[in-house]
Every structure is written in C-alpha cells, then in structure tokens.
Design a protein around this ligand. Structure first.
Ligand SMILES: C[S@@+](CC[C@H](N)C(=O)[O-])C[C@H]1O[C@@H](n2cnc3c(N)ncnc32)[C@H](O)[C@@H]1O
Length: 323
C-alpha cells in the first residue's frame, strides 16, 4: 500500500468511533426489525448482503457486534470497493476483531468464514468498481449497504444498478451520507469561501457531491424504493478529543487541502490513487484564494494541535425498501 493508502486506512479506523456516535439509532432499529421479519418469512434462507464502498468492512463488524443481524444464522456478506489493497486490510481487521468478539474465523476459497454458536457469516471481498461488480452479481441481494459512499457516485445510475440486483422487498441502507454542511469553530473569516469551494469540488460528472443526503429522498422513490426511516447522523468532534479524533480531523483538513490545491492533488497522485475526494477544476485556484486557503489551513492545524478545534459535518442515514 502507498503512504496515501496507509493514511486513508488510518482515517477509516479513526472514523469508526465517530460513526458509532453519529449513526441514527431509530433507523438502525427499523433495519433490525425488518431483518427479523424477513428471517421469519423466509425460514432457512441465508441473508444476502452487499456492501458497496465497503472500505475495511467496519459496518459489517459493527452490525454484527450491535446485534442487527441476530435474526439470521446464515449470512452471505459481499464487500465491494474499488481501492486496491483494502481487501487485505479488511481481512486483517476481521482477523483482529473476530476472536475478541467470540467468532472463529477460517479462510475460504473466496474470503473467509466466521462462526459463533451455530451462526455463520461468509465474507467475500471484491476489489473493483461497483458497476462492474453489480453487473455480475445475481439478482439475489436482500440488503444493500452504502455507507458513506453515495456522494462519491453518480447517484441515479448507482441506485438503479443496485436496485436491479435486489430481491423482492429488498432493502437499501445508506448511513452517513454527506448532506452539504460543514462547520469549524472557532469561526474564521475565510470559512465561507473555503468551505463553499470545498463543497463545490465534491460534485463532478461521476460524483453526486455535497447535496447527496437530501438528493436520496428524491432518487430513492424514482428508482422504486420507498423510504422506511431516515434521520440525521452528524459528525461532531469537539475538545476534549477522544484518542483517534486528531487523526480523523487531520485527514478532514487534508481532504479540504487536496480538493483545493494543485500541490495536494500532485502529492496525492504521487502517493497513489485518491480515495474519493475530488479535484478542484481550478475555478477558485487564483493566487489570492490559495493564500487565503493556506492561512485558513495553518490556523486550523494549529487549533487541532492545541485541541481547540471543533468540527461538524451534516450527514443523513436512510433506510428504504423495494416497492
Ligand atoms: C469514504 S469511504 C467509506 C468506506 C467505508 N464505507 C466506511 O465508511 O468505513 C468511501 C469508499 O468508497 C469507495 N468507492 C468510491 N467509489 C467507488 C466505486 N465506484 N466502486 C467501488 N467503491 C468505490 C472508495 O474506494 C472508499 O473506500
């Protein structure tokens, strides 16, 4: 893995407790209830889950630990992510987590299996683009999980593609979907210019961008999904920090920098492929703006070192079901 990839994995690790705090519990409870009803109505059938943009599989470990899958004894869980190297990191993360959580892990032909008290989860990791992956998956998915990823995709095409693989009354769970608001405190005179420009870079031909959380409320019905539950899942990081908060915040500041500077883009390209933050089209990259950005970044990094920086990002969680 490149240095950039290593940093991204550390960011994903630091994001886990932040997401733990943020996730909208009523939506998670509805998911759990619907999975229970599904298990009762289809006895003996495995639960087939596909997680797109799965990263290192944090959501799978979380849902197992939190009992959301407890109604199913047999789970086939496929993770899809286009970034090379994440499959190994996911395998390592599961290998660390499984024994501590009481699961016994064994390698299988396509990944590995974890078992506990007669329950088993077959885990497979596909390294590749979600459109290529969904094209070859059978129309047998009970639950699609798209965790913190829809903003990085062409939204209508991605949802259509995923919905086409769902079984009857299949479910789509989209937690931590960014929804266009970022704030830092203490306030800084350049906040508006920097953050507006940052949000603008998120939208490209292939990336739906900063309005994705809200957009899902229109796109889901348009592709035949009815909303079951939804709610805010904002990230709120404030002093005093928890252990990994500084790693998380440092990476958020890097995302802002990489999106808005040529240096950030070049550094990223040298180190490896970008994770999903998008590249500025140069519209705001005049000298004056770059000076302003550097001042803003230095101030924010200083505040981070002194543990005085607060960060809030607005996300939403949605759960929807095929009509
Ligand atoms: C912000 S990360 C979230 C990872 C994980 N869901 C989590 O929250 O811990 C987004 C992930 O989506 C992946 N991704 C982005 N576009 C993708 C695509 N078209 N196909 C597959 N994976 C994609 C990226 O490689 C990245 O790992």
């Amino acid at each position: 893995m490149t240095r950039h990839d290593e940093r991204f994995v550390r960011y994903l690790e630091a994001k886990e407790p932040v997401d733990d705090h943020a996730l909208h519990r009523p939506t998670l409870a509805r998911l759990s209830d619907l999975l229970e009803a599904r298990a009762e109505s289809r006895p003996g059938k495995p639960l087939r889950v596909v997680s797109v943009g799965a990263g290192t599989g944090a959501m799978c470990r979380r849902l197992l630990s939190w009992g959301v899958f407890d109604s199913h004894d047999d789970i086939k869980y496929v993770m899809v992510d286009k970034q090379e190297g994440l499959a190994d990191r996911a395998a390592a993360a599961f290998a660390r987590w499984a024994p501590a959580a009481g699961w016994e892990a064994t390698p299988t032909k396509n990944g590995f299996r974890i078992e506990r008290h007669g329950r088993r989860v077959d885990l497979t990791y596909i390294t590749g683009d979600l459109f290529d992956a969904t094209a070859v998956l059978p129309q047998a998915i009970d639950l699609v999980i798209a965790h913190a990823v829809f903003d990085l995709l062409p939204l209508k095409r991605a949802t259509e593609s995923l919905v086409s693989r769902l079984t009857e009354r299949g479910l789509v769970y989209a937690p931590i979907t960014f929804d266009g608001h970022t704030s830092f405190r203490p306030s800084h005179q350049s906040d508006e210019r920097v953050l507006d420009a940052y949000h603008e870079t998120m939208q490209t031909e292939d990336h739906n961008g900063a309005t994705t959380g809200s957009d899902l409320f229109s796109v889901f019905p348009a592709v035949g999904l009815s909303l079951v539950s939804a709610g805010g899942s904002d990230w709120t990081i404030h002093p005093p920090y928890d252990d990994t908060d500084p790693v998380f915040l440092d990476q958020i500041l890097r995302f802002v920098e990489q999106s808005l500077t040529d240096e950030g883009v070049e550094a990223t390209e040298q180190e490896g492929e970008r994770d999903g933050t998008t590249v500025s089209d140069g519209g705001e990259s005049n000298d004056e703006f770059q000076d302003e950005l550097q001042t803003w970044l230095s101030t924010r990094h200083r505040q981070l070192e002194r543990e005085s920086l607060t960060y809030i990002a607005h996300n939403v969680d949605l759960l929807a079901q095929l009509d």
